[in-house]
Design a protein around this ligand. Structure first.
Ligand SMILES: Nc1ncnc2c1ncn2[C@@H]1O[C@H](COP(=O)(O)OP(=O)(O)OP(=O)(O)O)[C@@H](O)[C@H]1O
Ligand SMILES: [Mg+2]
Length: 429
């Protein structure tokens, strides 16, 4: 039963994700990788590593079509921006996966909102705005306070709240800082837009610019969670719910999170129901999903949904808590192998991001060796490197890294992470 599986990615993986690949290979399958060539994958895992500029969706697709190999499955872990390409590839090889328009609707926050609204899913009011003038008009329509976010954003890049008239007066500065930041990312990294031709291929009726078009939304208030769920033949299984902690307004970057989310059975049933309805509304049938929910005074509402596994620590954290490897499960779903889940809770975890304390160039980052060997500190990841210029919003939206720890109780996990964070020194010039 040797199947050829194509993995699409924008970055390298943790050992836990590689473990999924080893396990899949042990079943007799062959793995291939498609990336932008920005890293060297571990030796001996992939039969072939295809590289292309993956920001160019149509070109990347044409490049793969020319390769003398046909795949039985296409899978992705987290690279949000590559979900439409992954969907195109799955369609090309007649594999199980999301339809390109479904992936696009998850990518474009505007189209996502339309899809959810048409299907009666609880969401905030929203308006599309294509420039500063339209933003001001949209703010007039939505009212203050409201939130502004780029249509194709991720990691809360370029997202900010307008609390009152004073914030509205500073709109121009914040918007131009955000756009400059996003444009830089669009060249160097993982924010990019689609051409009209590409959107046409996906069946998009109202094209958007993923970098400069903004969504102005009614500001929801309340606790926020993220839910990683697997969908197989329309059956939804919740694999991990994360209780999120975010920056104080006017910015919303996630600063820390606890997993699992501790709640009553009733609340859990409500979450399950909302995720099922959201997944159905988006037209997702076989895929990993990552959804954010806010518990507002009017009830639970959807912040957003992605047709992929959650980012940052989530893959490894969910493995620590449940024993399930979501990369492995995603490949099994892509292969059409029927899965049955019984999701246990084996520990509690706490993850906290490291942010720059001031604007400047990172001189040195010191992570003591004993931290790296600590079994309970299961992930210490650096997202910035020495020499990088970093700043906090509104100037920039830079993360330095994060630490994830586990314990028998949420408190034990949090203490462990906090102690470790004190020992990681980031020197900024
Ligand atoms: N309408 C809203 N009301 C209140 N807060 C919101 C609203 N929309 C977004 N947010 C906040 O902004 C964050 C980022 O928005 P969103 O999830 O849509 O974008 P993102 O860039 O994909 O974010 P991330 O990758 O950080 O999850 C949300 O997690 C939430 O905290
Ligand atoms: Mg989000």
């Amino acid at each position: 039963m040797n199947k050829k599986i194509l993995i699409v990615t924008g970055s390298d993986y943790t050992p836990q994700v590689y473990q999924a690949f080893y396990d899949v290979k042990a079943l007799g399958h062959t793995l291939y990788l498609l990336s932008d060539g920005s890293f060297e994958p571990k030796k001996g895992v992939f039969e072939k590593h295809f590289t292309h500029d993956l920001r160019k969706t149509k070109e990347a697709l044409e490049y793969m079509k020319k390769q003398p190999v046909y795949f039985d499955a296409v899978a992705i872990k987290t690279s949000e921006w590559l979900t439409p390409l992954t969907a195109f590839l799955a369609k090309e090889y007649d594999c199980i996966g999301n339809d390109p328009i479904v992936a696009f609707n998850c990518r474009s926050k505007y189209h996502m909102r339309q899809q959810l609204q048409q299907n009666g899913i609880p969401i905030p009011q929203f308006t599309l705005a294509r420039d500063e003038k339209e933003i001001i008009q949209a703010v007039g329509r939505i009212g203050l306070p409201c939130i502004l976010k780029p249509v194709g954003g991720n990691a809360s890049y370029g997202t900010f709240i307008l609390r009152d008239e004073t914030d509205l007066k500073n709109l121009r500065e914040k918007y131009s800082f955000a756009i400059d930041f996003l444009k830089k990312k669009a060249v160097s990294e993982d924010v990019f837009t689609f051409t009209n031709e590409e959107m046409n291929l996906m069946g998009v009726e109202e094209p958007v610019n993923m970098v400069t078009d903004y969504l102005v939304e009614e500001l929801m208030t309340g606790n926020e969670i993220s839910v990683d769920a697997l969908v197989q033949n329309d059956c939804v299984t919740l694999m991990g719910i994360e209780d999120q902690i975010r920056m104080a307004p006017p910015y919303v970057l996630e600063t820390a999170a606890r997993l699992p989310y501790v709640c009553s059975e009733k609340e859990m049933a409500e979450i399950q129901n909302l995720i099922e309805r959201t997944v159905r509304a988006m037209g997702i049938h076989n895929s990993a999903t990552h959804t954010e929910i806010m518990f507002t005074p009017e009830g639970a509402k959807i912040v957003e949904i992605g047709c992929r596994i959650g980012g940052d620590d989530l893959h490894d954290t969910i493995f620590e808590v449940t024993g399930y490897n979501l990369m492995y499960e995603s490949i099994m779903i892509a292969l059409g192998m029927e899965r049955k889940y019984n999701v246990p809770i084996q520990c509690h975890t706490f993850m906290e991001f490291i942010f720059p304390k001031k604007e400047g160039k990172i001189n040195k980052i010191t992570v003591p060796e004993n931290l790296k060997k600590d079994f309970d500190l299961f992930e210490i990841t650096l997202m910035a490197k020495e020499g990088d210029e970093v700043a906090l919003p509104p100037k920039s939206f830079d993360y330095i890294g994060y630490v994830a720890a586990k314990g028998k109780t949420p408190e034990e996990a949090e203490n462990k992470a906090k102690q470790a964070l004190k020992k990681i020194i980031v020197n900024i010039q």
